[in-house]
Design a protein around this ligand. Structure first.
Ligand code: COA
Length: 360
């Protein structure tokens, strides 16, 4: 039996912080509303591309696994905000890392992309078709925001997380997974002009996230709840056997509702959305790495990932952590410095959008 052990991990959070107080200067909202409805206090805003965030997180993950980029057979780049579509953003990362032996694929399942990628890459390793995978969740969601829409602009942040999966004889890694997509819900959460149809029609650029928050909320709780119950049952475990629950970080109230629905324990949940908000595909690896750094991950633990996103996609993964909870190696790689605050970066983006709208 071949297992797909997690042997390396790394994350990259851009330094510029955008607090709720900063957002109060941009739109009609309040820190009190945002904290009480979402749990979010601040988020990070990137001054570099999505692929650059991914490069730093991935380099840290490879160092933690103690392997070179040439040893990677496959890069799965989960993202909702690709820098480029053709060629894909995974190939930018492949080039930047020097991962010359790796296949490179972008995986778009919106915020569920990391769970999809983790399950798919683990299955490829378990089937024997590859030995080493780099699974990345990386986002520059700030570039997608319309800062005049308060219902969406408060929710998201930028960041990247990466893990290395390696074939192993040790009983560790992926145990069970469940993926799905709720039919007839595409319009509940969408970026309508983010594709070739809008370009083919020469529609003026108007990229904004639109969504029906409450409808998504209900479907997210059901989708993630069902997925969690399915993977726990498939693994022959009970809820008490779970040691850590690492959910997609969209809204603290959604997480609490899922945990309540499955009868889980909030003390076992890793929450980072107060600091980083919803970073889409990167929210689970960022939270996993935070848990590792805090010493919350112990050898042999049963860990549950669960996520939902536009589609509406949903999924869960159950895994058993291996023996090692510390990195094998480290790297001094970091992002290029910036003296810009989050608010500086967003005000510049707003000015660029206004200039575009005046000329189109
Ligand atoms: N600041 C202040 N008020 C706001 C606001 C903001 N940023 N955004 C919305 N409101 C107002 C609404 O206009 C509404 O006012 P009204 O009662 O006068 O009509 C009121 O707050 C309640 O809005 P509602 O949408 O019912 O709030 P909610 O409790 O459902 O919370 C979300 C809204 C978006 C936080 C919540 O529904 C959610 O998290 N949904 C899922 C989010 C999602 O899809 N994330 C991405 C998927 S991965």
């Amino acid at each position: 039996m071949i297992y797909a052990d997690i042997t390396g991990w790394g994350r990259c959070l851009p330094p510029a912080v955008l607090s709720n107080a900063d957002i109060e200067t941009l739109m009609d909202t309040s820190n009190e509303w945002i904290v009480s409805r979402t749990g979010i206090q601040e988020r990070r805003i990137s001054h570099v591309t999505n692929a650059e965030l991914a490069r730093v997180a991935s380099t840290r993950a490879l160092a933690a696994a103690g392997i070179s980029a040439e040893q990677v057979d496959m890069i799965a780049f989960a993202t909702s905000t690709p820098d480029e579509c053709i060629p894909n953003t995974a190939s930018i990362l492949q080039n930047a890392l020097g991962a010359s032996n790796a296949a490179a694929v972008d995986i778009n399942a919106a915020c569920t992309g990391f769970v999809y990628s983790f399950n798919m890459m683990s299955d490829m390793i378990r089937a024997g078709s590859i030995k080493t995978a780099l699974v990345v969740g990386s986002e520059r969601l700030s570039s997608l925001m319309n800062w005049s829409l308060r219902e969406s602009a408060i929710l998201f942040g930028d960041g990247a997380g990466a893990i290395v999966l390696q074939a192993s004889d040790n009983e560790a890694g992926f145990v069970a997974g469940k993926l799905g997509c709720v039919p007839d819900t595409r319009e509940l959460l969408a970026v309508p002009d983010f594709g070739l149809d809008a370009i083919a029609q020469f529609r003026p650029l108007d990229v904004s996230i639109v969504f029906s928050g409450q409808e998504i909320f209900k479907k997210a709780v059901k989708g993630m709840g069902d997925a969690c119950e399915a993977v726990v049952a498939e693994a022959g475990l009970g809820l008490d056997d779970l040691d850590l629950i690492i959910p997609h970080q969209a809204n603290a109230r959604i997480v609490e509702a899922v945990v309540r629905r499955i009868g889980g324990d909030m003390d076992k949940v890793v929450l980072t959305l107060d600091k980083y908000a919803n970073t889409s595909t990167s929210s689970i690896p960022i939270a996993l790495i935070e848990a590792l750094e805090q010493g919350r991950v112990k050898p042999g633990m049963n860990i549950l990932f669960t996520a939902f996103g536009a589609g509406l996609t949903w999924g869960a993964s159950l895994l058993k952590w291996g023996e090692r909870v510390t990195p094998l190696g480290e790297t001094d790689i970091s992002l290029p410095p910036t003296d810009k605050t989050g608010l500086d970066l967003i005000n510049a983006a707003i000015a660029r959008r206004q200039a575009y709208e005046q000329t189109n």
